[in-house]
Design a protein around this ligand. Structure first.
Ligand code: ADP
Length: 399
C-alpha cells in the first residue's frame, strides 16, 4: 500500500510518498512560495538525483498537481501511475476536543476541522486547502486527517484547565490542548520499545526540541501533561517564541510601546525566544557559534533555554510520581550535544545520569545514559510522517 503524506502550510507544503508494505520512503519534497511569485518545488526521489522545478503556483491545487506530476514523471518519478497512491494522510494542526484520534475525511470530519479553525487561524485553513486540493485531484482516493492535538486529548482536567473564569472554557473552548502530538506519540512508543516494555508499563518525558519546542509527560502510554497550551506559544522558550511568561507583561509592553494586540502577538511569536534574547538568530547552531565567539547574550539565551527544559523535566517527574526515560528529539534534541548535556546537568538527583561519551552523537536512535543510570536518556529521531502514514494505512485497511 502506498500512502502520500501531506503537510500543508499557508504558502508551503511538504510531502512524502511511502510504501507502507515495507515502511520505506519512495520520495519526499517541498513546495515553497505557493501563491507568491517565485514558487518552486524541490523533489527528492529515493535513489535518484534531487530536482528543483521552478514554476508559478497560484494555489495549493496547482502545487499538488505538480507534486503528483513529479511522482509519476518518467525520469524523476517513483511510480508509473497516480492510481498507485492508495491513500493520502494529512497533518492537521488543530482537532480541538472533537478529535481524539485520526479520522477518515468525511463531510462530517471536514466540518469538524472547519469548526476548529477559530482555534488555529494560521494553520487549519491551510490544512483544509490541502485536503480540498487532494480531494479534487484524486476524488476516489481516501483522505485521512491526523491531528497534532489528538495524542494530548488524554490529559486530565487538572492539566488542561487554566486558572481563568470557567465560562471562557465553556464559551470559547479556552483550555490547554498541546501540539506536536504525532511526534510525542512516535518517540514515546519507540522509547518503550527501546526499554523492552509496553507503553502501558512506563513513565516517559518526551522533549521535542525543534524551532517550536514542547515537552510531554506520557504515563502508561497516555499524555498527562504537556507544555504547549491553547496555542503553541506556551511552555518552553523556543526559537522565536517566548514560552511561559508572566501574562501581565503583555498589557505592560502594549501600553509602553503602543502596540496593538496583533503586534504583541507577533512580538511574542516571532521576535522573542532565543532570537529575542540573543539578538543574533533563532537557529541553535548560530547561538552555539556565538558562544564560541564570546557573545554573552548567546550564552544567556542557551542558559535560559536549558533552564526551562530542565524545570519542565523536574515538574513532569513530579506530575507522574517518577520517570523511567527522558527522550530527546527534533532538530535541537537530535543534534545539539552541548544542549543535551546542559539540560541533564543538575538532574542527577532524579537518577538522570548522562554518559558524556555516549552523548557525542547526532540523529541516531541510541541510549545516552550511564550504565546503571536509574532513568534512561534516549535520543530518538522523530518521524511524524511515518505515524501519519501508519494511521492512514490502518484506517483505510479497516474500511
Ligand atoms: P522545525 O521542524 O520545528 O522547523 P527542526 O526540528 O528542524 O524544526 O529543528 C530546527 C532546529 O534544530 C534549529 O534551531 C537548528 O538550529 C537546530 N539544529 C539542527 N542541526 C543542529 C546541530 N547540528 N546543532 C545544533 N542545533 C541544530
Amino acid at each position: 500500500m502506498k500512502v502520500l503524506v501531506m503537510n500543508c502550510g499557508s504558502s508551503s507544503l511538504k510531502y512524502q510518498l511511502l510504501d507502507m508494505d515495507t515502511e520505506s520512503l519512495l520520495a519526499k519534497g517541498l513546495v515553497e512560495r505557493i501563491g507568491i511569485s517565485g514558487s518552486f518545488l524541490t523533489h527528492e526521489p529515493s535513489g535518484k538525483d534531487k530536482v528543483v522545478i521552478e514554476t508559478e503556483m497560484k494555489n495549493h491545487t496547482v502545487a499538488i498537481k505538480l507534486v503528483l506530476d513529479a511522482l509519476v514523471n518518467p525520469e524523476h518519478g517513483v511510480i508509473s501511475n497516480m492510481k498507485e497512491i492508495d491513500a493520502v494522510g494529512h497533518r492537521v494542526v488543530h482537532g480541538g476536543e472533537t478529535f481524539t484520534a485520526s479520522a477518515i475525511v468525511t463531510e462530517e470530519v471536514m466540518q469538524g476541522i472547519i469548526d476548529c479553525q477559530d482555534l488555529a487561524p494560521l494553520h487549519n485553513p491551510a490544512n483544509i486547502m490541502g485536503i480540498e486540493a487532494c480531494k479534487s485531484l484524486m476524488p476516489d482516493v481516501p483522505q485521512v486527517a491526523v491531528f497534532d492535538t489528538a495524542f494530548h486529548q488524554t490529559m486530565p482536567e487538572a492539566s488542561y484547565i487554566y486558572g481563568l473564569p470557567y465560562e471562557y472554557y465553556e464559551k470559547y473552548k479556552i483550555r490547554r490542548y498541546g501540539f506536536h502530538g504525532t511526534s510525542h506519540k512516535y518517540v514515546s512508543q519507540r522509547a518503550a520499545a527501546m526499554l523492552g516494555k509496553q507503553p502501558s508499563e512506563v513513565k516517559i518525558i518526551t522533549c521535542h526540541l525543534g524551532n517550536g519546542a514542547s515537552i510531554a509527560a506520557v504515563n502508561g502510554g497516555q499524555v498527562v501533561d504537556t507544555s504547549m497550551g491553547f496555542t503553541p506559544l506556551e511552555g518552553l522558550v523556543m526559537g522565536t517564541r517566548c514560552g511561559l511568561i508572566d501574562p501581565a507583561i503583555m498589557p505592560f509592553i502594549m501600553e509602553k510601546e503602543g502596540l496593538s494586540a496583533k503586534e504583541m502577538d507577533t512580538l511574542m511569536n516571532k521576535k522573542s525566544g532565543v532570537l529575542g534574547i540573543s539578538g543574533i538568530s533563532s537557529d541553535m547552531r548560530d547561538i552555539e557559534n556565538g558562544i564560541k565567539e564570546g557573545n554573552n547574550r548567546a550564552k544567556i539565551a542557551i542558559d535560559v533555554y536549558a533552564h526551562y527544559v530542565r524545570k519542565f523535566i523536574g515538574a513532569y517527574a513530579a506530575v507522574m510520581n517518577g520517570v523511567d526515560a527522558i527522550v530527546f528529539t527534533a532538530g535541537i534534541g537530535e543534534n545539539s550535544i552541548s544542549l543535551r548535556a546542559k539540560i541533564c546537568d543538575g538532574l542527577q538527583f532524579l537518577g538522570i545520569e548522562l554518559d558524556e561519551e555516549k552523548n557525542n552523537v547526532r540523529g541516531k536512535e541510541v541510549n545516552l545514559s550511564k550504565d546503571g543510570s536509574k532513568v534512561a536518556i534516549l535520543l530518538i529521531p522523530t518521524n511524524e510522517e511515518l505515524v501519519i502514514a501508519r494511521d492512514t494505512k490502518e484506517l483505510c485497511s479497516n474500511k
